[in-house]
Each structure stands twice: as structure tokens, then as C-alpha cells.
Write a protein of this length. Structure first.
Length: 407
């Protein structure tokens, strides 16, 4: 029988409370437990094909085959990742817009890992600052920055009709509430969760406002190629950099390469000169060393292999375009089907949104009713993963939405 000290030690964890489930991933757990055969999960941001599966891209399969034949080690990567991968990231995001020696890039475990590295850097290397995020923003943004002790504030983004951008309110908040030195979190394209992006002209105003207010642009770039195209989706970043000498960009290849489970991302710091970039790189490596030490090899090797071969790059761009075009077609099918339900519901505003997500305008009660009565799972905010829709189930989906809208 254990003595009292051993007994007390064995009960140390008994005071730990159960954490609330993640608002998005928790829905997947509930979905998996749902026994209804016609259930639909449109909550988690993953692309699914017409059969409801998340496919492995052909270019990825071919790159993996080449790696299997040629790789000679499973040894650790350097702290900042594969050099070829990091160079490919720079080229894809920045092109010739910024001299490469002004950019400090680290391979990261997905886009979330990139954001966490950025948060850790801001917390440890910068004077006290606040991070300004749109209302709404990705549900995990607040937790990521708050975990590093960074206060996160909100600027207005979605209009009161919940279908468009309240651009004037956004600029007013940045002009009147932010302070020089604060960071402003921006979505480069395919805004999550709304799918509503600023126009090119509005990005010019945002870039100038950020510069005039002395703010640090912190850009989440998780969906390059899912909006209007690879180069088109990066234009917002280039616009920001025309007016600002410094920026942080956190990107992910989970979506555009279909590498969700491989956790492939990067964080890039654009500095005013090469010396500053070198110093930043050294501090980023120091932060990573005491965290996960070095990034995973396989996913980064896949991306580097594809982007290092013109044939595979061309194949990837074609497959990416097919996914992008199908998402657009699903939006159009949804809008048309909603019009044909006989209830007169107009969702035309979704056609002005882009990327994997759309803000449907449904309230939490209607979302709960969709789950309880129809086995359809979407996020409580009303965000729908358009990329998870299926053509064959569109009639059922639209009929269910029409039913809950009628109350």
C-alpha cells in the first residue's frame, strides 16, 4: 500500500478540470458519433471531392514516389527547415517584390505553428504591443496570441447585414484605436470565416493606413490559390509591402497542396535590411530550438520537390485550379438551388465571397437546428465550408437550410 506521500502524488492531477472541446474540432467528434447515414460535416476547413473524400493530389503522389526512390536519410532537419523549401516559399509569396536577403523564413509545423512562432517572437523581442484582429476572425487566432501573453483587440470587419465588408468601420477603428507599434492581423485572401476580402483599391488604403499609423502588418496566408489564383492572391501582400518596410507573413500548404496531415507551413519576416533579417532569423531559430527543435521532413520535401520541378509545378497548378474552380461552381450551385427551393431565399451575396468558406448569415439557433434535425454540422458562427459540399447532396442541404430559415 502506498505511503501518504505516494498517495498525494497520485492525486495531483485530480484537481485538473476538463477543458471545453474545440469549437470546430469538437464538432467533428460529434459528427463521427452521429449514426445518421445522411449526415454532412461542413465545419472543418478541408477540401473534399464529389465523393466526400479529401483526395491526395496526383502531383503529391508523384513527388512522394520520387522521394521514396532517392532519399537517403530520415535525419533531423536544420532548425529553420529545408533550404530548398524556404527558397520556394519566398518565391511563391514575394516573387521579385522584395530582395531575398531581407526575408527571414523558417519552415513551420503548419500555418498554426507559423502563427505561434510569430506570437512568440513578438512577445519576446518587441516592446509590449497589442494585436488587432478582424471581427470575426479564425477562431484559433485569439488563443494563439493570448497563449504568448499578447493582448488581442478587435477591429470591425463584417457589416451589420453579415454579408459584406464594413470597410469604413475597419479603417476608422485602425485609425482611432490602434497605437504605433501595435500589430494588425490581416487575411491576405479568402478571409476565414467570412470569405469576404477587400478589393485591390481597399488594400491600397489598408496598406497606407498601416504605414501612417506605424503598425506592424501580420498576415495570415493560409489559402493561396484558392481565391483567384496564385499570383492574384499574393497581390495584397505586395500592396502592403509597397507602403511598409516590415511585415510578418504566416503561410500554409495544408490546403493548396492537400497536405493537411503533414503540417507544412512557414513564417517569413520581411525586415528593412539584410542585417536585420539575419538577426531576426537567429532569434527565430532560438525560439524554435526550445519548442519543437526542428520541423518535420516529409511534407516540406514534397513541396520542395514539386516546386523544384517545372513538370510537377505545372501539374500542381492545374490540380489547384480544378479545386478552385470546383469551389466556385459549388457556390453557384448552392445559390441557384436555394433560389429553387420555393422559399425565395436569396444567397447571391455568396458569389462575391471567395475561398473555402462562406458566412451564411445563419444564427446559432438555426445552426443547432441544422445539426439536431438534419444531421448537418456547421460552425456556430454560421460559417460554411463550401469546399466540403457535395453536388449530389446539394438539394438536401438547401432544403434543410430553407426549413430552419422558415423557423
Amino acid at each position: 500500500m502506498p505511503d501518504s506521500n505516494e498517495s498525494n502524488a497520485s492525486l495531483r492531477f485530480s484537481s485538473v478540470s476538463t477543458a471545453a472541446p474545440d469549437p470546430i474540432l469538437g464538432l467533428t467528434e460529434a459528427f463521427l458519433a452521429d449514426e445518421r447515414s445522411d449526415k454532412m460535416n461542413l465545419s472543418v476547413g478541408v477540401y473534399k471531392d464529389a465523393s466526400g473524400q479529401t483526395p491526395v493530389l496526383e502531383c503529391v503522389k508523384e513527388a512522394e514516389s520520387r522521394l521514396l526512390e532517392t532519399e537517403k536519410t530520415k535525419g533531423y532537419l536544420a532548425i529553420d527547415g529545408l533550404p530548398d523549401y524556404r527558397q520556394a516559399v519566398k518565391q511563391m509569396i514575394f516573387g521579385d517584390a522584395v530582395s531575398s536577403d531581407r526575408i527571414a523564413t523558417l519552415q513551420s509545423p503548419g500555418g498554426t505553428g507559423a502563427l505561434r512562432i510569430a506570437a512568440s517572437f513578438l512577445s519576446s523581442q518587441m516592446p509590449p504591443l497589442r494585436v488587432w484582429a478582424s471581427t470575426p476572425t479564425w477562431a484559433n487566432h485569439h488563443a494563439v496570441f493570448e497563449s504568448e501573453g499578447l493582448p488581442i483587440e478587435s477591429y470591425r470587419y463584417l457589416s451589420s447585414d453579415r454579408t459584406s465588408l464594413d470597410f469604413d468601420a475597419m479603417i476608422e477603428d485602425l485609425n482611432t484605436k490602434s497605437k504605433p507599434g501595435d500589430a494588425v492581423l490581416l487575411h491576405a485572401c479568402c478571409h476565414n470565416p467570412t470569405g469576404i476580402d477587400p478589393s485591390g483599391e481597399q488594400w491600397e488604403v489598408i496598406a497606407k493606413t498601416v504605414s501612417e499609423r506605424g503598425l506592424l502588418p501580420l498576415i495570415d496566408f493560409a489559402y493561396q490559390g484558392f481565391g483567384h489564383g496564385l499570383s492574384e492572391d499574393a497581390e495584397s501582400i505586395k500592396t502592403i509591402l509597397r507602403h511598409n518596410d516590415e511585415a510578418i507573413i504566416c503561410n500554409s500548404f495544408s490546403k493548396n497542396f492537400g497536405l493537411y496531415g503533414e503540417r507544412v507551413g512557414a513564417v517569413s519576416f520581411v525586415a528593412g535590411n539584410s542585417d536585420a533579417a539575419t538577426a531576426v532569423q537567429s532569434q527565430l531559430k532560438k525560439l524554435v530550438r526550445c519548442n519543437y527543435s526542428n520541423p518535420p521532413r516529409h511534407g516540406g520535401s514534397i513541396v520542395a520537390t514539386i516546386l523544384g520541378c517545372s513538370e510537377l509545378t505545372q501539374k500542381w497548378e492545374s490540380e489547384l485550379a480544378n479545386m478552385r474552380n470546383r469551389i466556385k461552381a459549388l457556390r453557384e450551385q448552392f445559390v441557384t438551388t436555394m433560389k429553387n427551393t420555393g422559399k425565395g431565399h436569396d444567397f447571391t451575396f455568396l458569389l462575391n465571397q471567395s475561398g473555402m468558406f462562406s458566412f451564411s448569415g445563419l444564427n446559432k439557433m438555426q445552426v443547432d437546428q441544422l445539426k439536431a434535425d438534419h444531421g448537418i454540422y456547421i460552425v456556430g458562427s454560421g460559417r460554411i465550408n463550401v469546399a466540403g459540399m457535395q453536388e449530389s447532396k446539394m438539394e438536401k442541404f438547401c432544403s434543410a437550410i430553407a426549413t430552419v430559415l422558415e423557423g
